[in-house]
Design a protein around this ligand. Sequence first.
Ligand SMILES: [Mn+2]
Length: 346
Amino acid sequence: MPVSARNLVADALRSLSGHVGGVLLYPHVGADGDALGACFGFVSALGRAGIDARVVVEEPVAPPFAFLPGAGGAIVFDAALVPSLQAFQTVALAVDCEGPPRIGARADLFRAARVHLVVDHHPPAPVSDVDEDGTVRFVDPAASCAGELVLRLVGDLSATAGADLLDRDGATCLMTALLFDTGGFRFSNTNADSFAAAAELVRHGADPRDLTRRLFDEMSPGRFRLLGRAFSAVRYDCGGRVASVSVPQTMLDECGATESDLDGLAGRLRDVVGVEAAFVLRERADGTVRVNVRSGGGFDASVFSKGFGGGGHARASGFTVESGLDEARERVLEAAARELSCPEVR
Ligand SMILES: [Mn+2]
C-alpha cells in the first residue's frame, strides 16, 4: 500500500482549503464510469471540505453517465478556456490514468499547474511516490477502481476535517465507479476491499439497484439492434479459442447506434465457452481501427495490447491500429494465433 503517496495527495488537497485557487480533475480521454464517477465523487467531497474543484473533460459527459450528480458542472475542454482555467488551477489531479499522454488535448493545461497529483489503479505501480518532476503518484494496482482510492482519500480528508465529507451524491458517484470497473462485482478485480467500499457507499445512500439498472441493463433500441448484428457477425479462429467481430461505420449507421453502444460487447464474446481471446474491432472516422481485447484464460490482454502500442489490464485492454478494418483484423488474428500457439488462423 503506497501510504505515503496517499498522505502526500491528501496533504496537497488540504492545503487548498479556504484558499483562492483550486483543483482541476482530469479523467482520461474516453472517460468511463470509473474515471467520471471518481472525479465527480471527489469534487463533491472536496466542496464539502471548502476546496474548490472542477472536472475538465475531453468530451462532453454522455449517457449513461450524464445522470451523475455534478456531471452538469463538468467543463468540456476548449483551448479558448485555457487562460481562465489556468488562473483557477493550483493543483492538477489526473484520475484513473497516469496523466499525460492519457489526457489528450488537456496535457498542456495539466502541465501548467504548480502541483501535479495522480490517483490511479492501473499497473505498474510507480517506482517512487514522487517523480523527478515532483508529480505525486498514488497508484494502487490492487484497487478495483479509481473510485475506491478516492474513497480512501475522502476518508483521510474527513478525519482531519472532523466531518463526514461523503454525502449521498458523492456516494452515488463513487458507487458508479465501483460498479462500472468491477462489472457489477463480477470481474476478477473484485476483492474484499471492493465489498467493504460498497458497504460504506450504501451506508451513505448509494442505491446499487438503481445504479446497476442505469449502468448495465438499460439500452437504446439502437444498441439492441447493434448487438444483434454484431453477435451474428462473430468469427471464430484457432478452433474456437479466438473470437472476433469487425464493426464498420456502416453497421453503426444502419442500426442508429454510436460507438459507446459497443461497450460490453467484447466481454460477452469472451463468455462464449472455449474462447480465450476476444476482439472487437471498430472502424473509426479518422481511418484508424480501435481494438478492444478481452481475455478468458491464460491469454494476457495487457501484454498483447502493448505489442500494438496500447495497454490495459490482463483481462481487458485495447489499442489502435492505423490501417483499414480488414488489415487490422488480419494482423490482430495472426498475432493472437502466435500468442496462443495455434498452427494457423481459422
Ligand atoms: Mn478504472
